[in-house]
Design a protein around this ligand. Structure first.
Ligand SMILES: [Zn+2]
Length: 411
């Protein structure tokens, strides 16, 4: 066992009281064992001299392997965006997928993302890269009806094989889950098979849901019901469901989310850049205690995998649209990016806060960076959300190991 003492830090604990304390963090291997003043010895000691530490950011909706496809379909209509993206995606080789994953994982680590929930195919290849570059990953193999897929073989069988393999190989940082592309390419039977698979492996289903008005309108034409109402009627929705986007929801559908404890990944940049209209009713969901978190989506619709930007946008988008600066406070969006992201991924017993017993997934911010000037402890959270960028990030640690040190990747 190796002990590491991280000294003299402003600690954004994200514990139940959201305590901000000045003190030390003691690690035993990959775990946090003490938070607060510590006067004992350790095998290694790092003196942070008044810098700031927060839990690592949790990006709850990504397609990291698409990172090579940045800027292939910018400033075009939604139809052109889709056709260009599908054309590129259908032609990609496994090497492209791996190179995309490396690029995206590097970008995420440099921006303090220590866990990401991915939705794609070839997740076995991406999982190996996540292990190699020391980032925690929830890997959802995307399933959809056979007639729509570009995957070799049957998507459900591919997903099952992937989950079995991850279980056998005992990946330390990778948690497998089941992905569903969306109601527009998945039948009732596919949804039930996806749920069966998730239940069998004690996992959850990660899916796109009610992202665009077209998706909703076409589903009404096909089934007579809105997507969330339909998923409720086929008894698919439960607390092991992560719904990305969730923009076009009625009050009744928000009530269904609350009732079934569905979890949500809010992707503000992706929604705004694609101009799909509407604004996800995040404040309304939060009022009804729906668990909400933040996702970047892919670089095709975002161009960046930067949770600091997503956090600021989440705060200011909802303030602006509601004409109310009191909604989506800085503390709330930090919660969404950390402990609430962990709750959305059913992982809050492992990650999401700086507390004894949790894994050491940590971001260290340079308190002398211009974003935190003038330095005042009471302004740390506001400055983190509204003023800081990646240049303020000094070190990033995942599972007790540094992935980034002094702003540079170690892997
Ligand atoms: Zn997506």
């Amino acid at each position: 066992m190796t002990t590491t003492l991280l000294k003299n830090l402003w600690i954004l604990t994200e514990n139940v009281n959201r305590d901000l304390i000045f003190g030390d963090i003691l690690l035993e291997n990959d775990k946090i064992v003490s938070v607060g003043k510590y006067s004992g010895d350790a095998d290694n000691t790092v003196d942070y001299s008044g810098d700031i530490v927060s839990p690592g950011f949790i990006n709850t909706h990504a397609h990291v392997a698409m990172s090579q496809m940045k800027a292939i379909a910018d400033d075009v209509s939604f139809d052109d965006f889709l056709s260009t993206t599908f054309r590129y995606d259908a032609e990609r080789t496994e090497k492209d997928v791996e190179e995309g994953a490396i690029l995206g994982i590097k970008e995420m680590l440099l921006g303090g993302i220590t866990t990401f929930a991915d939705l794609y195919y070839s997740e076995d290849k991406i999982a190996n890269i996540a292990e190699r570059y020391n980032i925690r990953m929830h890997a959802a193999w995307a399933v959809l009806d056979q007639e729509y897929t570009t995957q070799k073989g049957n998507p459900i069988d591919n997903c099952r094989r992937f989950m079995e393999r991850i279980k056998e190989e005992k990946h330390e940082l990778v948690t497998p889950s089941v992905g569903v592309q969306g109601v527009y390419v998945a039948s009732e039977e596919t949804f039930h098979k996806a749920r069966e698979l998730a239940d069998k492996y004690g996992s959850y289903v990660h899916m796109h849901l009610s992202e665009t008005r077209r998706e909703v309108n076409e589903h009404i034409k096909k089934t007579g019901l809105r997507p969330v109402e339909w998923l409720d009627r086929i008894e698919f929705l439960n607390s092991s469901t992560v719904a990305a986007h969730s923009v076009w929801l009625t009050d009744r559908e928000i009530d269904i989310f609350a009732d079934k404890n569905v979890r949500v990944s809010h992707c503000p940049t992706s929604n705004m850049k694609l101009a799909t209209g509407g604004i996800a009713p995040i404040p309304e969901m939060r009022k009804k205690h729906v668990k909400t978190s933040i996702g970047t989506d892919s670089v095709v619709s975002n161009n960046s995998l930067n949770m600091l930007w997503e956090m600021k946008l989440t705060a200011i988008l909802h303030k602006y649209s509601k004409w109310n600066a009191e909604v989506m406070k800085a503390q709330e969006v930090l919660d969404m990016a950390t402990i609430e992201g962990a709750e959305v991924l059913n992982s809050d017993h492992i990650i999401g806060s700086v507390e004894p017993g949790k894994k050491a997934d940590l971001i260290f911010f340079n308190s002398k960076n211009v974003a935190f000037q003038p330095f005042d402890a009471s302004r740390i959270i506001s400055n983190l959300v509204y003023a800081s960028d990646r240049s303020a990030i000094r070190d990033v640690m995942v599972n007790g190991k540094y992935s980034v040190k002094n702003g540079k990747l170690l892997f």
